[in-house]
Design a protein around this ligand. Structure first.
Ligand code: SAH
Length: 221
């Protein structure tokens, strides 16, 4: 377990480097996050038909009517988690698995939850092919968190929620950080939620658009 550099030779390194520079220009400063973007092959997580666009800073369609989020939004979310490498992190909404793979480079252990079985399966196999070993992908309603592996030092939610799901707040460790898009189905505010002692500190970060978080503590399916 534990983060380790990916060593997957491919011909996309130059494109990844350009994406890293674009993210830097757009304000991403966390060097570990930039390093993760420079080593994780995003083209492996998108459909063949849009592979040529894998290193654009844009959201792209994946299976089951879902999307892989814009790299800037993912990098911003990860930067706000302020990871130093020793954390156990929960990701809700694995989708393609790309952000899960970025997290594998930034934390000690990653638990990802996805509600669509086909997406969970395909994310799991790409992550296995890349030789990443500190990630566990499970299927279920991520609004409930994953109690048997809680508490988590950080939680990132990659789908829009009307409010912070109570179970996720309960499963956030003292001092832990959560980043989650809060709003309605059309527009949300990326929000940082921190547990500081007995208090919960909520900081709005930036306007965003995510697909809905569907589940008991999210939107109704
Ligand atoms: N981070 C992903 C993009 C996620 S899109 C990537 O890098 O590709 C949002 C994902 O959240 C979708 O795959 C959707 O199926 C999933 N999702 C929605 N509601 C969920 C829930 N309650 N539990 C787990 N996953 C959920």
């Amino acid at each position: 377990m534990g983060a380790r550099p990916l060593d997957v030779p491919d011909s996309f390194g130059g494109y990844r480097q350009r994406l890293v520079e674009e993210l830097q220009d757009k304000g991403i400063r966390d060097l570990a996050v930039l390093k993760a973007v420079s080593v994780v092959p995003r083209h492996r997580f998108v459909a063949e038909a849009v592979r040529h666009r894998a290193y654009e800073d844009s959201a792209l369609p994946i299976a089951a009517g879902q999307t892989i989020s814009q790299p800037w939004v993912q990098a911003r979310s990860l930067q706000e988690l302020r990871l130093s490498g020793g954390e156990k992190v929960l990701e809700v909404g694995v989708g393609s698995g790309y952000q899960t793979a970025l997290l594998s480079q930034l934390a000690y252990a990653v638990v990802g939850i996805e509600r669509v079985p086909a997406l969970a399966d395909s994310a799991r196999s790409v992550i296995r092919e890349l030789g990443i070993r500190n990630v566990t992908i499970v299927m279920g309603d991520g609004t409930l968190g994953w109690r048997s592996l809680a508490p988590f030092d950080a939680i990132v939610v990659a789908a829009a929620s009307p409010e912070v799901p109570a179970p996720l707040l309960q499963q956030l460790a003292p001092g832990g950080r959560m980043v989650i898009p809060i709003g309605d189905r059309d527009e949300q505010v990326l929000t940082r939620v921190e547990r500081v002692g007995d208090q919960v500190r909520v900081t709005p970060l930036s306007g965003v658009r995510f697909v809905p978080l569907l589940g008991e503590f999210g939107f109704a399916g």
